[in-house]
Design a protein around this ligand. Structure first.
Ligand code: SAJ
Length: 439
C-alpha cells in the first residue's frame, strides 16, 4: 500500500488500528479511535485488562464507561495479548510506559519489547506512531532502526511518527479528545498520514512538526517546564518559612499579573509517572552531547528534598507540642500523588510515610481514593475519617488535598495539623501550620 492509498484509508476511517498498551494513555485513545469509526484492537499484556475491555468494563478514570461499553458492543474495539494481530492492521500506535531505572536512567525496554514482538507481523503499507514520552531520537534510533533492519524503508514501505500524549489524569476540562496534538514524522508522508489519523479522531488542533525529534523534545519541554517551576516554588516555600511570609498569599498576589506569570504551588514533593521522570530522559541524552541540563538536575534535587523537609518540619511541630516523633501517632491525609485521583505512583506521601516509620512514628492514613497502599513491604488500609481517629492522633499531616475531605472536621478534631497543600487556607488557628508559611 502506498502513502496515497494508506492516507485515503485513514481519511475514510477504514484503516484498522492497533493500540499497544491499554493504560491511562492507550485506553482513552483506543476508545476515541473506535468512537470515530475505526476498527481498533488493543494489544495489552495484562490479561485482567484484556478480559475487562472485552466485557466492556472500564478501569481507567478518564474513560467514560458507557463509551467503552458501546464501542465494544458495536464490535469496534476488542483487546488481546496476541501480537499477531499486528499483521492485520494498517496503523500501530504504541502507548507503553517509559520509566526510569533505579539509577534514574531511561528504561526503554517496554518500547523495545513491543517492537520486537511486533516485528514478525509488521509489513509494507503500515503507519507506526509512538506516543510514549521519551528522549529526542528514540523513534528513529529504536523503532526505525529495528524495522528497517527487516529491509523495509521508512517513508516508502512503512510510515513512522512520534506524537506525545498529553493526558492530565483527573482533568475535567481537557480529555484525550479535545487536547491539541503534536505530530512529527520521519518524512513528509509520515507526518501527513499520522496527522490525518488524529484529525479523524480528535477535536483539538493537530499541530505538525518537521520530525519525530522535534515532537519528542516538545513533550520533554512541556514536562521540564513543570518540574522546574514546581521546584522553584518549593524552594521559595522553604525560604518563606524562614522569613515569616505566607508563600500561598504571595502566589495569589502574583496571579493578579494578567501576563507573563503562571502559578505553581508548593507541595510535599513531586509524584506521578511523568513529571518526576520524563525530564531525566533529556538529561541522560544530553550527556551524549557533553551537555549538562543543570535546571533539570537542580529541580530534581529540590523536589526530592521536599518529603524530607516535610518530615523535618513535622518533627519540629511535634517537638514544640512536647512530643517526640518516636511513637507519635501520625495520621497522613492523602497518599495519591495529586488531588482527586487514585494513582499513588511516585507519590511523595509514600516517601513521607517511609521516613516517619524509620523515625519510629506510628503512621496511619486516610485517602478516599486509595483503599490500601504498601510502603516498605507493609500494607496499610485507609482508615475512615472520623472524630475518634482525629482525636487519637498527635499530628494530622495533609499531603494530598482531595476535594471530598472535610478539612473543617480535621481542624476541629486533630490536636495538631501540618498542611502541605493549603487545604486549610481559610483557617487561622494556633494548632494549624502550613508548608511555606513562616511564624
Ligand atoms: N504539583 C505540585 N505543584 C504544582 C503542580 C503539580 O506540587 O503546582 C505536583 C502534583 O501534586 C503531582 C506532580 O506535581 O504530584 C505532577 O502533577 P501534574 O499536575 O504535572 O500532573 P500529572 O503528572 O498527573 O500529569 C502531567 C500533566 N499535567 C498537567 O499538565 C497539569 C501533563 O504535564 C502531562 O500531560 C502528563 O503529566 C504526562 O503524561 O506527561
Amino acid at each position: 500500500m502506498t502513502a496515497t492509498t494508506l492516507l485515503a484509508k485513514v481519511k475514510a476511517r477504514q484503516a484498522v488500528v492497533a493500540v499497544i498498551g491499554l493504560g491511562y494513555v492507550g485506553l482513552p485513545l483506543a476508545v476515541e479511535k473506535a468512537k470515530a469509526g475505526f476498527s481498533v484492537v488493543g494489544v495489552e499484556r495484562n490479561p485482567e485488562r484484556v478480559a475487562m475491555v472485552n466485557r466492556g468494563e472500564n478501569y481507567i478514570g478518564d474513560v467514560v464507561p458507557d463509551d467503552l461499553a458501546a464501542v465494544v458492543r458495536a464490535g469496534k474495539l476488542r483487546a488481546t495479548q496476541d501480537f499477531s494481530v499486528v499483521a492485520d492492521v494498517d496503523v500501530v500506535t504504541i502507548c507503553v510506559p517509559t520509566p526510569l531505572d533505579r539509577n534514574k536512567q531511561p528504561d526503554t525496554s517496554y518500547i523495545e519489547y513491543v517492537v520486537e514482538q511486533s516485528l514478525p507481523y509488521l509489513h509494507r503499507g503500515q503507519l507506526i506512531v509512538l506516543e510514549s514520552t521519551t528522549y529526542p531520537g528514540t523513534t528513529e534510533e529504536i523503532i526505525q532502526r529495528q524495522v528497517e533492519a527487516r529491509g523495509l524503508v521508512v517513508g516508502r514501505d512503512f510510515f513512522l511518527a512520534f506524537s506525545p500524549e498529553r493526558v492530565d489524569p483527573g482533568n475535567q476540562r481537557y480529555k484525550t479528545k479535545n487536547t491539541p496534538k503534536v505530530v512529527g514524522g520521519v518524512t513528509k508522508d509520515c507526518t501527513r498520514i499520522a496527522a490525518a489519523l488524529y484529525e479523524q479522531v480528535l477535536e483539538g488542533e493537530v499541530f505538525q512538526v518537521s520530525s519525530p525529534r522535534v515532537a519528542e523534545m516538545t513533550k520533554i519541554l512541556e514536562n521540564t517546564f513543570r518540574i522546574v517551576n514546581i521546584s522553584l516554588v518549593n524552594e521559595l516555600a522553604q525560604l518563606c518559612e524562614r522569613m515569616g511570609i505566607d508563600i500561598w498569599e504571595v502566589i495569589e498576589a502574583a496571579k493578579t499579573k494578567p501576563f507573563g506569570f503562571m502559578p505553581f504551588y508548593p507541595g510535599p514533593g513531586l509524584g506521578g509517572h511523568c513529571i518526576p521522570l520524563d525530564p531525566f530522559y533529556l538529561s541522560w541524552k544530553a550527556k551524549e552531547y557533553d551537555f549538562s541540563t543543570r535546571f533539570i538536575e537542580l529541580a530534581g534535587q529540590v523536589n526530592d528534598d521536599m518529603p524530607h523537609h516535610v518530615v523535618e518540619r513535622s518533627m519540629i511541630l511535634l517537638n514544640d507540642a512536647g512530643k517526640s516523633v518516636r511513637k507519635a501517632k501520625v495520621l497522613v491525609l492523602g497518599v495519591a500523588y495529586k488531588r482527586d485521583i487514585d494513582d499513588t505512583r511516585e507519590s511523595p506521601s509514600l516517601k513521607v510515610i517511609s521516613l516517619l516509620c524509620h523515625l519510629g512514628a506510628d503512621v496511619v492514613y486516610h485517602d478516599p481514593y486509595v483503599p490500601s497502599v504498601t510502603v516498605d513491604g507493609t500494607e496499610y488500609a485507609s482508615r475512615p475519617l472520623d472524630e475518634k481517629l482525629l482525636r487519637g492522633c498527635d499530628l494530622a499531616l495533609i499531603l494530598t488535598d482531595h476535594s471530598n475531605v472535610d478539612y473543617g472536621l480535621v481542624v476541629r478534631g486533630a490536636p495538631l495539623v501540618f498542611d502541605t497543600r493549603n487545604a486549610t487556607r481559610s483557617v487561622r488557628a494556633p494548632h494549624v501550620k502550613r508548608l511555606g508559611v513562616g511564624e
